[in-house]
Design a binder for this molecule. Structure first.
Ligand code: ZN
Length: 660
């Protein structure tokens, strides 16, 4: 029964009897005792970093103790005070803050519990300790007795199963000791259960192999400039256009990129990295350039959304996180614009926080949805962080907590008299609507302005019509009807075609998981290193080689005609979509407001060929290669594996069809 916990104020580490005489070749060796030394050292370092106390409890006998064999006792001479045998082994590397508690000093009695020394409890109380994390060498009953005394004095106790070794006088002593500690209410724990809550810089938000590659670049002296591009490789079925999103969080990540001492300390303890390499990470910052499609730009497969130009270590290290951010944000923005199109101007609220795949995903989804044209979010953190409009109603549990629906409504409008949206009972929305009509005049007289009612589930089409009729007949025609319950663009489109009088929709699970298209086939690919093109594999992937620019060609009214992907070193007619976003690690300009991004999405979607704005699959938008890029592709053999590459791509080539 392990539990996950994190270190907090009031925690203390207690290391029991880790002394030379209890380690091989001492007189009373605990088998495999030395194995726990690095583990304990790691625990001690963590407690020290959190500013938490560390105690080393030691056996500390007078010479010729009564328990020693020469005086008729049962123990070989051990841990005689002021001898090397009584010292902690140097490998333990106890932090300077460690408080040593000596047990057995000046007495012939056998004392084993750490609490036998009154200074121990006094120190714990003085320092406000409430939870003890106990590990070490169990030579006799020392650890068990310490746990017993700690529990009887009201301390919570965790015993560190990965930092505990038992000297068994009889087989099974170890298991019995553990069972006894559990019986006493102590909780077994390993370092894995103890989450690392040290503040993260985000630099470790990468695959460890990226850092491994950095070490290899470092060893080989590879420090030249690399150019990586992030692009989506093919349009998934069910999407006609993608909306570039996630640049702002990427730039923020790059600006803040650095390793903290704790992160470097951890890397060192993995024993995978050489000291010289780790020293090179200490001052690492992102000093490169970023060119990108502005957020909210409609885009298509093969078009780079972002280009990173930086010393290869930096450009490589950020691969994982840059991909992680751009992929998810673009995925959700591309889903959300479909919902906006389907809703035809009706209010849309993202309510996906509780079902999103993680909290960060939920917050980024709220941002992407707002950018795509959503009205508001239910997510308080996203509203606070990005200044998004927030919106919410009541839940079923609020109604159920009251004696009646009527009582719940009353309590709610009293608390929120200016914008209350009342949840109508799913099983009898008609009756609930009648209740609202009956109560509304009194509320109105009391100055209450209702925001609307919400239908959650049931057959939304017929139910919304019935509820609308009841509200209208009751003089509440200004009251709006909101609907939620497993909605997506397809359901919303169907409801609207059926004429359902719904004024706003709350979208959750299907939106923030992009349930119909849960991922995009995308990558962050090296295009150039040290001035040399990095040719992609000829077979299968169909990735267009080289450093590229995207040109968008429009008709006289601004409507999008087609895109041309060209080499970055050639110029082409049309509007160059990749624009500088960062130079030498510093942002260009002060960034765009979310409102401006939202406006871009709305404007640019209007300029898409109309077929691409619909929810159903449409003939793909034409994306061409420039003549020179086409020649590069031929030379690189990109089209050799055309079966799995271009035929699946919506991108025709200039003057020929894909795959011909
Ligand atoms: Zn002893």
């Amino acid at each position: 029964m392990a539990i996950a916990t994190s270190l907090q104020c009031g925690d203390a580490l207690v290391i029991v009897d880790v002394q030379n005489d209890f380690l091989d070749p001492g007189p009373v060796p605990v088998p495999q005792g030395a194995d726990i030394l690095p583990v304990l050292a790691d625990y001690a370092a963590r407690f020290e970093r959190h500013g938490l106390p560390v105690y080393a409890v030691r056996d500390w006998h007078p010479a010729r103790h009564a328990s020693f064999l020469p005086r008729g006792g049962s123990w070989p001479e051990h841990c005689v005070r002021f001898t090397a045998g009584a010292d902690c082994p140097s490998e333990l590397e106890l932090p300077p803050c460690t408080v040593t508690i000596s047990i057995g000093e000046g007495t012939d009695e056998l004392r084993v519990s750490a609490f036998a020394n009154p200074h121990f409890e006094a120190s714990l109380r003085t320092r406000g300790v409430r939870r003890l994390f106990v590990g070490g060498l169990a030579v006799d009953d020392g650890i068990c007795e310490t746990v017993r005394d700690a529990r009887s004095r009201g301390f919570e106790v965790f015993f560190l199963r990965d930092a505990l070794r038992v000297r068994e006088r009889e087989a099974g002593d170890g298991d019995r000791a553990e069972a006894e500690m559990i019986r006493l209410g102590a909780v077994p724990l390993t370092a894995l259960d103890l989450s690392q809550r040290a503040p993260s810089s985000g630099a470790l938000l990468t695959d460890l192999f990226e850092i491994g590659m950095l070490q290899a670049y470092f060893a080989a002296g590879m420090t030249d400039t690399a150019v990586f591009e992030f692009a989506v490789r093919r349009m998934p079925a069910g999407r006609n256009v993608l909306i570039a999103c996630g640049l702002e969080p990427v730039l923020q990540f790059l600006e803040e990129l650095h390793f903290t001492d704790w992160e470097l300390d951890w890397l060192e303890r993995t024993r995978r990295f050489a000291p010289g390499f780790l020293a090179s990470l200490r001052g690492l910052r992102f000093t490169g350039d970023v060119d990108a499609l502005p957020e909210g730009t409609p885009c298509f497969p093969h078009e780079p959304l972002l280009r990173v130009t930086a010393p290869i270590a930096q450009a490589q290290l950020v691969e994982t996180r840059v991909t992680n951010l751009l992929h998810y944000c673009t995925l959700i923005a591309s889903k959300a614009v479909r919902c906006v199109a389907a809703a035809e101007g009706r209010m849309l609220v993202d309510v996906g926080l509780r079902r999103a795949h993680g909290a960060e995903a939920a917050v980024l989804a709220s941002r992407a949805c707002y950018l795509a044209g959503f009205t508001a979010t239910s997510d308080a953190l996203a509203a606070q962080q990005f200044g998004l409009p927030s919106w919410g109603t009541m839940s079923r549990s609020f109604v159920e907590a009251h004696a009646s629906e009527e009582a719940a409504f009353l309590a709610f409008v009293r608390a929120e008299p200016q914008r209350a949206v009342l949840l109508l009972n799913t099983h009898d929305a008609r009756a609930a609507a009648h209740t609202v009509v009956r109560l509304a005049p009194a509320w109105s007289a009391a100055g209450v302005v209702l925001g609307g009612v919400r239908l959650d589930g049931g057959d939304l089409g017929p139910t919304s019509r019935e509820v609308r009729a009841i509200l209208d007949a009751g003089g509440l025609s200004s009251l709006r009807i909101f609907a939620s319950d497993h909605l997506d663009e397809v359901v919303i489109g169907r409801l609207i075609r059926q004429g359902a009088p719904i004024d706003g929709f709350g979208l959750g699970t299907l939106l923030v998981t992009s349930a119909d298209v849960p991922f995009l086939d995308c990558d962050y690919r090296l295009q150039r290193y040290a001035g040399r093109g990095c040719t992609p594999p000829a077979e299968g992937q169909g990735a267009w080689p080289g450093v590229k620019q995207v040109y968008r060609l429009r008709d006289s009214s601004g409507r999008m005609d087609c895109d041309v992907v060209a080499r970055a070193d050639e110029s082409h007619e049309g509007e160059a979509l990749l624009v500088p976003a960062m130079r030498e690690g510093r942002r260009i300009g002060c960034g765009e407001t979310l409102l401006a991004l939202r406006q871009r999405v709305a404007t640019e979607l209007d300029r898409l060929p109309p077929r691409l704005r619909q929810v159903g699959d449409a003939e793909p938008y034409p994306v061409y290669l420039s003549e020179r890029l086409h020649a590069d592709c031929l030379e690189a053999g990109v089209f050799a594996g055309v079966g799995s590459g271009l035929t699946a791509s919506p991108a025709p080539l200039r003057g020929e069809t894909a795959g011909s």
